[in-house]
Design a protein around this ligand. Structure first.
Ligand SMILES: *[C@@H]1O[C@H](CO)[C@@H](O)[C@H](O)[C@H]1NC(C)=O
Ligand SMILES: *[C@@H]1O[C@H](CO)[C@@H](O)[C@H](O)[C@H]1NC(C)=O
Ligand SMILES: *[C@@H]1O[C@H](CO)[C@@H](O)[C@H](O)[C@H]1NC(C)=O
Ligand SMILES: *[C@@H]1O[C@H](CO)[C@@H](O)[C@H](O)[C@H]1NC(C)=O
Length: 502
């Protein structure tokens, strides 16, 4: 009995220690599952040991794609030479520099949905061969949701549509402003050429009942909200009515002006001959010609006004800023401008010249920084550099207008906030502001602490950005606070402000 137990023990020990006695070549996967985003890249790694003494001649690494029917090669390193498959068209790379550290790493970039699947790393050396399988899953988050409203064929209803693309499939849930789920909604799914899923979901709701409707792509939580009835576009009929009424009013005004001028002309003396050209034309009594003059004159007024308003507004703003900046300077007195501006970086983490923050005419620039990184102070530096006499910290004389809006507690639309915050005279109209701002290439709109969420302000800002031609825009925000704007305003510059507190 004792003999047999001892014998068993010997066998167990032998089995346990057997591997360590000889050099056993092994390959281990760094991770067995990788999850990566569409369009992004991934590095999948296999660790092999022991490392061969001479990787150039004594190492062969092959990555295969494993499907149910075949296992095509993706890339191979053999005898110091790399060969990659045609099918991956320059999107794959073997990290050669890692081989000497015992890593067979495959990098795939510009990932596609159909790159998902099982991959296998096979490592062969004179000590032996081994392989491991790794699965890759490529996903595409449903990021931006586009929305659309149209009138239903009959009744006082509207059809709300949300659309987004991603992978894999997401369900779409509609809720109203009272958090009640709205059914029925119909949702269609189709595949794009890139193998993404395009999901379109619609509901039909009353156009007269005041309510909010939110569609939610639940996989990633992306959503869009419709504010009914505010967001219902004016139908063509309504627009036609508005145009007709405007024409009627203009006609009436013209007739009134004519009548007045004629009476005045009869009564008046030749002292009015300075206006004779216009009076002559008016006396021609052709209504349409008179309307034309009226319109031309309005356009002319607008053109003249831009320059004039730029100037008036400019001096009002400078006066306003120099009053308030005395106080600001006291608050910001402790920081060093140079030190702060040194923390400015571009998207690649390289330091940038502070003047790079100044957008070109028509351009939108983004400055991101964590709370307390000094964004507001940068705003103050810009404002005081512009408003005060030299010596200033930054040369901003190219700007004739700088409008700095504190977005931390906006309540109204962009123009009303500008008027209130910058104490502009009551008589300044939103229309005037809009005209000057959209046209002037010497104007800078600076939004400090912007965060999406106030519907009225967001909409007016979106409108402004879409119609502006000359105006320069600098938006300062915390990372992630304005995803929609960053996505829609495409092609803008982005800078970062490093560091947490001053
Ligand atoms: C719609 O949303 C606005 C702003 O979030 C809110 O004030 C309002 O009460 C909502 N309306 C309904 C009917 O829920
Ligand atoms: C919703 O349903 C209607 C009628 O059943 C259909 O005409 C429409 O195409 C559907 N919309 C979507 C997005 O599938
Ligand atoms: C994968 O998808 C791309 C488009 O994104 C397509 O060009 C390619 O042919 C597809 N490859 C396979 C193996 O289906
Ligand atoms: C959308 O749905 C997700 C998942 O159910 C939830 O976490 C998220 O809060 C929803 N978003 C909105 C805006 O309702």
């Amino acid at each position: 009995m004792k003999f047999s137990m001892d014998w068993t023990l010997v066998v167990v020990l032998q089995v346990l220690f057997q591997p360590s006695l000889s050099v056993l070549f092994t390959v281990q996967a760094e991770q067995t599952i990788y999850k990566s985003e569409y369009g992004g890249n991934v590095v999948m790694g296999c660790r092999f040991s022991p490392e061969p003494a001479n990787p150039q001649s004594d190492l062969k690494v092959t990555w295969h794609r494993i499907t149910s029917s075949s296992s095509p090669e993706v890339i191979r390193f053999d005898n110091g030479k790399i060969s990659a498959s045609q099918s991956h068209q320059g999107r794959v790379r073997l990290l050669i520099e890692e081989l000497k550290n015992g890593w067979a790493k495959l990098e795939m970039s510009r990932l596609r949905i159909n790159d998902s699947g099982v991959y296998q790393c096979l490592v062969q050396t004179s000590d032996g061969d081994d392989y491991k399988s790794i699965s890759l899953s490529v996903v595409a988050p449903y990021k931006s949701v586009t929305k659309h409203i149209e009138e239903a064929a009959e009744g006082d209803e509207v059809i709300l549509t949300c659309q987004s693309e991603g992978y894999p499939q997401s369900s779409v849930v509609w809720k109203d402003g009272h958090q009640r789920t709205r059914n029925p909604s119909n949702t269609s799914v189709s595949e794009t050429p890139d193998r993404l899923l395009k999901i379109i979901s619609q509901i039909q709701v009353s156009s007269s009942e005041r309510n909010n409707y939110t569609c939610n792509f639940t996989k990633d939580g992306s959503s869009a909200t419709f504010y009914i009835p505010d967001e219902i576009p004016q139908s063509k009929n309504d627009a036609a009515i508005v145009i007709v009424s405007m024409l009627v009013i203009m006609g009436a005004v013209t007739v009134g002006v004519l009548a007045y001028r004629r009476r005045k002309g009869k009564k008046g003396s030749r002292a009015h001959s300075a206006r004779s050209t216009r009076n002559l034309l008016v006396h021609a009594e052709d209504k349409s010609a008179a309307t034309c003059i009226q319109i031309d004159k309005e356009n002319e007024d607008v053109i003249i006004n831009v320059g004039h308003m730029e100037e008036t507004l400019g001096s009002q703003l400078k006066a306003f800023y120099s009053e308030y900046s005395t106080e600001t300077r006291r608050r910001c007195g402790a920081f060093s401008v140079e030190e702060l501006l040194q923390r400015l970086q571009n998207n690649d983490g390289q330091p940038v010249n502070p003047l790079a923050l100044l957008p070109e005419p028509g351009e939108t620039v983004f400055l991101e920084g964590l709370p307390g990184s000094g964004k507001t102070t940068v705003a103050h530096i810009l404002v005081s550099s512009w408003a005060e006499e030299p010596p200033h910290s930054l040369e901003l004389s190219i700007l004739s207008l700088l409008l700095c809006v504190d977005c931390s507690a906006v309540k109204e639309d962009l123009y009303q906030e500008i008027k209130t915050q910058l104490s502009l005279p009551e008589k300044t109209s939103a229309e005037e502001l809009r005209t000057v701002l959209t046209r002037s290439s010497k104007a800078l709109l600076l939004l400090d602490g912007y965060r999406e969420g106030n519907h009225v302000f967001d909409e007016s800002l979106r409108m402004f950005l879409s119609e502006k031609r000359g105006c320069r825009v600098l938006i300062m925000a915390c990372p992630g606070h304005c995803p929609t704007l960053m996505q829609t305003a495409g092609g803008m510059l982005k800078f970062n402000l490093q560091g947490k507190s001053l």
